[in-house]
Design a protein. Structure first.
Length: 176
């Protein structure tokens, strides 16, 4: 009978290639099965998701920069997109994960924890925008953004005015 569970660890060479900040520890990890040689890894820490391919520079995505992370059970793929500027393409990634449970749980928990405030406002019928404030788990300033529903033009004067007023209220609500 086994009383203690010994968790697997990410391969040491992969963790070393990630160039983690001092004190940053891998909490969950998975190998990307979609990478041709199977050498790309996803390492989740308290502060960020690290995309690591040994021999290449790793990519660090802070949890506060993750716009969406969608898991497809049927295809066993994780699609992750980063926050971006309106009208500009967002960085997006697709990973195949064969043992994703712990990493998916960590992604959900850390992205959710980065949201300080999210509030929706209607402009036309059921369409409008959200004011979102997010902060890195490491602390620091709140990053503010607007997310517009399809069909809402952020260049319209009335939308800009409503968005600015909503941002002022949101900042006041969190003491900024």
């Amino acid at each position: 009978m086994r009383f203690f569970y010994r968790a697997e660890k990410a391969p040491a060479a992969v963790v070393e290639a990630a160039s983690l900040a001092r004190g940053e520890k891998v909490l969950a990890f998975a190998r990307d099965t979609r990478a041709g040689d199977g050498q790309r890894w996803l390492l989740g820490t308290r502060f960020a998701l690290h995309l690591v391919t040994p021999g290449e520079e790793s990519v660090r995505i802070g949890w506060e920069s993750v716009q969406a992370a969608d898991w497809s059970q049927d295809e066993e793929t994780l699609t992750l997109s980063e926050v971006g500027e309106f009208g500009s393409p967002r960085a997006a990634y697709v990973f195949g994960l064969d043992d994703p449970v712990l990493l998916l749980q960590l992604i959900r928990e850390r992205v959710t924890a980065s949201v300080v405030l999210q509030r929706g406002y209607l402009i036309e019928g059921k369409r409008g925008f959200k004011v979102i404030g997010r902060r890195s788990p490491a602390g620091g300033e709140i990053a503010w953004m607007h997310e517009y529903d399809a069909g809402i033009d952020p260049e319209r004067a009335d939308v800009q005015k409503a968005a600015q007023e909503a941002l002022v209220r949101a900042r006041a609500d969190v003491g900024e």
